[in-house]
Structures are given as C-alpha cells and as structure tokens.
Design a protein. Structure first.
Length: 457
C-alpha cells in the first residue's frame, strides 16, 4: 500500500536525515520520561497541583522569550554546531536532574531552575534541528520528511508518559532520568555525524533556495535536476535584537507563512480541549485519572495514525487548502467530543460510561489526526516558502506559537468552562474556531491557492 502508508523515501535517500530521525526519535522518547517524572516529583515534594502548574510556567516563559533569539542564532552560525552545543547543554541539564534525584535533595526550587534552564536550551535546539532538515532532503521530500518527524514525536508522546509513570512507580524518579540521560546520547551521535551546515546568503524572492549541490550531496541528500539549487554564498549575521526584528518584519510581509501561524493559533486557543480532560474523567465519563490518561492517549494515537497513513502527502500540492481543511476537521472533531459530553451530562457517574468513553476517544483520535495533518503541511509550507537565511528565525516563531498557543488555550477554554461548564465550553470553542478559520480564509484567500510546486511566502 505505497500510496497509503508513510513514505520512507527520505530515510532511503539521505543517510544524514536517517541518522537524525533515528537519533531524535529515540532521544524524544527519553525526554518524555523526564517530563512526566519531573511533574510527578514536584507533586511528591509539595502535594500541590498548583506547584505542578507553576512548573509549566517555568518551562514556558524561557521558551517564549528565547525562541525568537534562538532562531536568530540558527541563521547566523553553523546549524550543526548550534544544535550540537544546545543538545550538549540539554544533556548536562538532564545529568543534573538525575543527580538531584539520586541525592534526594527534594527541593522544588532546584527542579524549577533546572527546568527553566532546560527550556531555554530547548528554545535554541529545536529551531536548529528543524531548520537542518531542508538542508538534508530535497524539496519534493519535505512533506514525507515532516510526516516522519511527526510520527516519531507522536510515538514519544504516546509511549513516553505511560513508560515514565511506570518507571517512577516501579523504581523511583532517578531511573526515569537515567534512561533519558542514556537515550539522549543518540541525538548527540546523530548531530555529530552531520556535515558542516554554515549560514548561506539567499534572496527574498527565491522562495525555496537550496544550498549548493555539493553541500546537499555532502549532507547525504539526493539532489536532482528538479531540485536544482540556486547559487548562494556564505555569510555571517550579527545576532541581536535587530536580527530578531528582521525576522518578524519578514514574517509581516509573507501572508502565506503568516497564515500557517494564525490558523494554528485559532485551533489551539479556541478549540483545544485538553484542559477539561481531568474534569471529564470525574464528572462526565467516570474513571477519574485513568479515563484522563485514555483521553490523552486517544489524541496522540490519532496523530500517530495520521503520520503512518501519510504516504500520499508528497502528491498533495494544494497544501494551503490541506491546512484549512485539517483545521476545520479538528474543530468538527472537538465539537463531536463536546456533544458527547453534553449528552452524558455532568452527573459524576460511579463507573466508567463505556459507550461515551469510546465515542469521546474516537472524536479525540480524529482531532489528533487532523492536528497531525495540519502540523505536517504547516511545517512544510514554512520550510519551502522561506529563504534559508530566514528559516531559523521563523522556526523560532513556530516554536513560540506551538508552545504558547495550547497554554493560552488552557486559559481560554478553562475560563469558559467556569462559566458554561466543561461540555459547552468545548462546543462553543469548536464553533468559534470554525468561524475564525472561515474569516481568516476570507481575509487571505491566496492561502487556499498555495501550490507546493510554486511556493510563494
């Protein structure tokens, strides 16, 4: 079923990309162990859900503040070196988290500081890793490559939390941190094996510039006449506020790239229902935290399935239309989830309502699949319609949007739930998302005509 299952061509034609995909996939799984274990350790120390929420703020603020600057660093220096140094910093921080657990410090402020520093390093590391990919595979394979990236991350988000909770329960916090420390070496190995990826000069009106053919070949890519690169020249950028503002000004002049961010924000702020899942497990479906875990898993499984069945994505040229349809499908799926909650009612059942849990799980799996499809094509549009010397900065914007959007959504949907109840908050938010997407498309109709064969930012 070659047109249905995920396209593995990027792994076959680019050894460097294959190593990077494997290394990051394994290390992402380890990172999820630490994410879960840190939250559980904070709760074990304090006994406070609020303290766990504060941990999230310590992670979010450095990510948002440094995401844009991290992208500027990626555009200014050799991307391999930036990613390698940032990953080494993350590795050291993981070792310190492991050390505090082994020494039984049991100090929540130590964890807060370590998580904040870890998030700051991630704000540099993530844009670097993502901006490397267009230098390793030709343009025609970016959609399949991004589908494979989404697949590995979705698997980590599905397996990691379950494995992390099991490890903590079986052998304590240090065991989860130790496994993360070991698995992170795979990412360091993959980055170390990359060739040099120096900054290159491009022109704004070259929508999908490539490095010179010998650079792409040296990276293990497979250049072809259809992917013939424009001739570019090395350059060095002074990193500072001006560089960050240059990236933001560029984004302001590129409506198609800007739309990818706006559509994602509409979905995550208005219709992302994750903040209500704990209450749903108690008041609507029964089962408590176990049901909450299944709802989380259903969403992640949907994203995994979307990536596994992405074989035809490389043949989708109208990628702007694909993003719009995916976001509308996301809002329709979350609306179905909300309707299930409205029908069951807020009755605090003393047992699991199996039929309702199945319907809710299907709705969230569809939502996760839609979000996965949207993410694949949004990332592909960003990579193909952006000059190479702007990719790092726009990847910085991307990580800020991806990290900040769901957090804002937690606030918005949570506030609506306090007024309307969890079920109607999800319903109203889903309808609002669909309406806002329609308004955005009406405001920027060019996005529907975006064609990957002739990318325009």
């Amino acid at each position: 079923m070659p047109r249905l299952l995920a396209d593995l061509t990027p792994l076959r034609v680019s050894p460097a990309y294959r190593r990077l995909w494997l290394g990051l996939g394994v290390s992402n799984l380890g990172s999820q162990l630490t994410v879960v274990a840190v939250g559980l350790q904070v709760y074990a120390i304090t006994g406070s859900t609020f303290a766990v929420g504060v941990l999230g703020m310590f992670a979010l603020v450095p990510l948002v503040l440094l995401g844009l600057y991290g992208g500027a660093l990626v555009d200014a220096f050799d991307r391999r070196k930036v990613a390698l140094l940032a990953s080494a910093a993350l590795w050291v921080i993981t070792a310190l988290i492991l050390l505090q657990a082994a020494l039984h410090l049991d100090n929540v402020w130590v964890l807060y500081v370590l998580v904040a520093v870890q998030s700051a390093a991630f704000a540099i590391n993530n844009p670097a890793r993502t901006a490397i990919i267009p230098r390793l595979v030709p343009a025609r394979l970016l959609a399949p490559a991004n589908a494979l990236q989404t697949l590995s991350m979705s698997i980590a988000l599905t397996v990691g939390p379950l494995a992390g909770a099991f490890l903590v329960a079986a052998s304590g916090f240090a065991s989860a941190y130790a496994i993360d420390f070991v698995l992170f070496t795979f990412a360091l190995w993959a980055l170390w094996r990359l060739p040099a990826l120096p900054p290159i000069e491009t022109t704004v009106d070259a929508p999908r510039p490539e490095v010179e053919r010998e650079l792409l070949d040296g990276a293990g890519g497979a250049a072809s006449e259809a992917d013939a690169p424009v001739v570019v020249a090395p350059r060095r950028t002074v990193v500072g506020l001006g560089s960050v503002l240059e990236g933001l000004r560029y984004l302001g002049t590129r409506p198609n790239v800007r739309m990818t961010f706006l559509l994602d924000l509409a979905a995550m702020i208005l219709a992302m229902p994750r903040v209500v899942w704990p209450a749903v497990g108690v008041w609507y479906l029964g089962g408590g935290s176990t049901t909450t875990g299944w709802l989380n898993a259903a969403f992640a499984i949907g994203s995994v399935l979307a990536s596994l069945l992405s074989g035809g994505f490389s043949h989708v040229h109208k990628q702007g239309r694909a993003v719009v349809l995916a976001v509308w499908a996301f809002s329709a799926s979350t609306l179905l989830f909300g309707v299930v909650l409205v029908v069951t009612g807020r009755d605090r059942p003393d047992h699991v309502l199996v039929w309702a849990l199945v319907l809710a799980g299907v709705a969230l799996a569809l939502a996760g699949a839609s979000d996965g499809v949207s993410a694949i094509f949004r990332q592909t549009i960003l990579q193909t319609a952006t000059p190479d010397d702007m990719r790092g900065r726009l990847q910085g914007v991307f990580i800020v949007v991806v990290a900040g959007g769901p957090r804002l959504g937690d606030v918005v949907v949570g506030a609506n739930a306090s007024w309307l109840g969890e079920a109607w908050a999800v319903v109203v938010g889903s309808v609002a998302c669909a309406v806002v997407v329609g308004l955005l498309v009406r405001w920027s109709p060019r996005f529907l005509a975006y064609d990957a064969r002739h990318p325009e930012a």
